[in-house]
Design a protein around this ligand. Structure first.
Ligand SMILES: Nc1ncnc2c1ncn2[C@@H]1O[C@H](COP(=O)(O)OP(=O)(O)O)[C@@H](O)[C@H]1O
Ligand SMILES: [Mg+2]
Length: 374
């Protein structure tokens, strides 16, 4: 249905500035029809072609919508709420017409050539995920020399959920491919994954097995290694990596050896698991999952064919309760810091009060700099 953009969406700020993507700009928005907040992902204007041809960046939108709907049964994939095309060629669109297909992804794909010819851009409206849960945002240090890693308990839980997502994806011959921290949201208990526009539906050919293997390598090298060490396996320092299609495929190919020198305390069994992943020794998600379960058993998890002792189980329960409390503590610390920071810039306060507020902000920031969980 064609309407005016303003009748359907109220667009606000860009939410992608800390981790720009190659294909899209992403804004926070309100869907006026439902009143709900959404993340509004729209093709970058530079990928429009003057002759109305569809570049592969353009085609990536219908492809992403299709894959999101195929994998919607996974609790770990971001929800697609709406898709369509819009007329505006402003980087942050403010007006012009819009056509919305809801979640009718086939109709959205069929309408692509016609809208490309008119110079309209595709968009996806997605479930809005909190930036404070984005793993790159959380783990990127704000000063050199600092580094955070996920607690092993949480990292194992994240790895299990990611493996379950890949199991569902691979069963439908979909490979994720674009494994990196900025695509991962984690709140301590639940994984959510974004960005399927570099992902692919395989054709069912002989090479598919290699693609599944490589997808598992990318999980180990591109997500689990930085989550457990706080550094990137390629560049050392964590930073956003906007990538085109060919760059995504090549990204982790040359990494066969993972260096755990910065994090010698990481469980040897976990180091070995990631190293085997980096060497592409897992052919299927099932193989990876059973190896992961054995590692998890060492950390007090119940796993098939391993004996958990009551003491281990109890110690793990207590650790989980403690991790929840640490997270609450860190959240409270951030809230306190924000209150102090906002008070320090109020007009008409005395220099004495301002100085004290600033001292407290600095001390709270130092504590946050030494936090236990990213
Ligand atoms: N559903 C979402 N909720 C909140 N932020 C999002 C969402 N989707 C994307 N973003 C933000 O926008 C950035 C770019 O989005 P992404 O889907 O990776 O685009 P691209 O396909 O161009 O790589 C992400 O790194 C993230 O910071
Ligand atoms: Mg991306």
């Amino acid at each position: 249905m064609t309407t005016l953009l303003q009748d359907v969406y109220r667009l606000a700020d860009f939410v992608d500035t800390f981790a720009l993507g190659h294909y899209a700009r992403v804004l926070s928005a309100t869907d006026r029809r439902t009143g709900k907040a959404v993340a509004f992902k729209v093709l970058r204007t530079e990928h429009l072609s003057p002759d109305g041809d569809m570049r592969w960046e353009y085609r990536a939108f219908p492809s992403e919508a299709d894959l999101l709907s195929r994998l919607a049964a996974s609790p770990s994939i971001v929800k697609l709420l709406d898709c369509g095309y819009l007329e505006s060629t402003e980087e942050a669109p403010t007006d012009g017409q819009l056509v919305s297909f809801g979640t009718q992804v086939k109709a959205f794909a069929q309408a692509a050539p016609e809208h490309a010819e008119k110079g309209w851009r595709p968009y996806l409206a997605l479930e809005d995920l909190p930036r404070a849960n984005n793993l790159l945002y959380l783990m990127k240090p704000n000063q050199p020399g600092t580094r955070w890693r996920l607690p092993t308990e949480e990292g194992i839980a994240l790895a299990m959920q990611f493996a379950q997502f890949l199991q569902l994806a691979h069963a439908q011959r979909v490979v994720y491919l674009d494994h990196k921290l900025e695509h991962v949201y984690w709140d301590g208990a639940r994984l959510q994954i974004i960005d399927l526009n570099s992902s692919r539906l395989l054709a069912g050919q002989a090479d598919d097995a290699n693609q599944f293997r490589a997808d598992l390598r990318s999980l180990c090298v591109g997500i689990l290694y930085p989550a457990f060490t706080g550094i990137s396996a390629i560049n050392g320092a964590l930073r956003a990596q906007p990538s085109s299609m060919s760059e995504v495929e090549a990204r982790y190919q040359s990494v066969a050896d993972l260096d755990f020198g910065v994090e010698p305390s990481l469980s040897p069994a976990l180091q070995d698991l990631l190293q085997r992943g980096a060497r592409q020794q897992f052919a299927t998600v099932g193989e990876f999952m059973s190896a992961l379960q054995q590692v998890a058993a060492l950390h007090g998890w119940d796993a098939p064919e391993t004996d958990n002792t009551p003491a281990r189980r109890q110690a793990r329960d207590q650790m989980r309760a403690a991790l929840r409390k640490l997270r609450q503590g860190q959240d409270a610390l951030r809230d306190a810091r924000d209150l102090l920071r906002d008070a320090a810039i109020m007009d008409d306060i005395s220099p004495d009060l301002e100085a004290e507020l600033r001292r407290l902000v600095k001390a709270a920031n130092q504590m946050l700099g030494n936090r236990v969980i990213p």
